[in-house]
Design a protein. Structure first.
Length: 351
């Protein structure tokens, strides 16, 4: 797979500065690039690596300065980079549109047109699989579950009974949708399990990372809103509602019956307690702990999470604390010295 630099510039809508006939055979970061690769600079922090790179050319911003290498200048290099990645994306095997003989599909299951079911996948009684959806090896779809059109379930995804998934949903390997929620009631003998008889509903255009757990509701549904993106190793508990277009980064845990609004961004390892509401367009920093309702548009940082600017002021004050303590000790020493001098002169310290 190769393109001339001129052809790439035209594809990206960029301005070429250098040899347009140069042949490009791949795309890579500055440090890993080899001759023939087109690399990129979308962040000024990495410009210092240009002198060491072995790349043959660079994709840069429109205002980027002079460079020893040929460059393609684009007004929005981050977007151009996505187009470039698509140009060099390795070919993928086309889905067969058939059910493999080693798959197990219940007689009462309903499969749409051109559905691909790979070896050792399982589709239970009365389950529905939409047109052109793909089930990779080891996928389990439980009884009465429903999966929409153009979905991709990667190896060993588990979609348990009665879970409903919309169209164009991607679920990466090892994720489990519809396991029982974590609920127990103390009794004299120990802990008695609370039954969870609800379901999970995933709306259209959602992407769920690897090894994500989304628990079924006690009653009703656990809901993942349209266009939401969930990173690897995220726990979404029973009856949680995740808003449309919200992104949740890895290792975040969301406790039961919490509602997260639309267009929120939740950083990695954040912890969110149960039965609270997080307003639309809220930003939660990595490792923040959210323990109460949050109004829309908030920026939360720290544990326990507080308003962003308040917490930053507190942190700045803490960083100054050692010098402040040293200054207080100096002042105390000066006061003691002054008091001793006045006492030696026969004056009362109160004078």
């Amino acid at each position: 797979m190769s393109f001339t630099l001129q052809a790439i510039a035209e594809r990206l809508g960029g301005v070429l500065d250098g040899d347009g006939g140069l042949v490009i055979t791949g795309v890579s970061g500055l440090q890993d690039a080899r001759p023939g690769d087109l690399s990129f600079v979308t962040d000024a922090r990495y410009e210092k690596l240009i002198e060491e790179t072995r790349a043959s050319a660079l994709l840069v911003g429109k205002e980027f300065g002079a460079c020893r290498l040929p460059v393609i200048r684009c007004a929005q290099p981050e977007i151009a980079l996505e187009v470039l990645a698509e140009c060099f994306r390795p070919a993928r095997a086309e889905p067969s549109g058939q059910v493999d003989a080693a798959a197990q599909v219940a007689a009462s299951a309903r499969l749409g047109a051109a559905v691909t079911v790979m070896p050792f996948a399982f589709v239970g009684d009365a389950a529905e699989i939409g047109d052109r959806s793909v089930l990779f090896p080891g996928v389990y779809v439980g009884a009465h579950a429903a999966i929409g059109a153009d979905c991709v379930l990667h190896p060993n995804v588990v979609v348990l009974d009665r879970v409903r998934i919309g169209a164009r949903v991607v679920i990466h390997a090892g994720s489990v949708l519809g396991a029982d929620g974590f609920g127990y009631r103390p009794v004299p003998e120990g802990l008695c399990k609370i039954e969870h008889i609800g379901t999970v509903e995933v709306e259209d255009d959602v992407e769920i990372g690897a090894c994500v757990a989304i628990d079924r509701a006690r009653f009703g549904r656990t809901l993942i809103g349209r266009g939401a993106k969930i990173d690897n190793l995220v726990q979404v508990a029973h009856n949680v509602r995740v808003g449309r277009g919200t992104a949740i980064a890895a290792q975040t845990g969301v406790s039961g019956s919490t509602t997260i609004g639309d267009a929120c961004m939740i950083g990695g390892q954040a912890g969110i307690v149960g039965h609270i509401r997080i307003g639309d367009r809220t930003l939660v920093a990595a490792r923040a702990g959210v323990s109460k309702d949050v109004k829309e548009g908030s920026i939360l940082y720290g544990y326990h999470a507080r308003q962003h600017l308040d917490k930053k002021r507190e942190d700045a004050a803490l960083r100054r604390l050692p010098k402040l303590l040293e200054r207080v000790r100096e002042l105390e020493a000066r006061v003691r010295a002054l008091e001793a001098a006045r006492k030696a002169d026969g004056e009362s310290p109160a004078d």
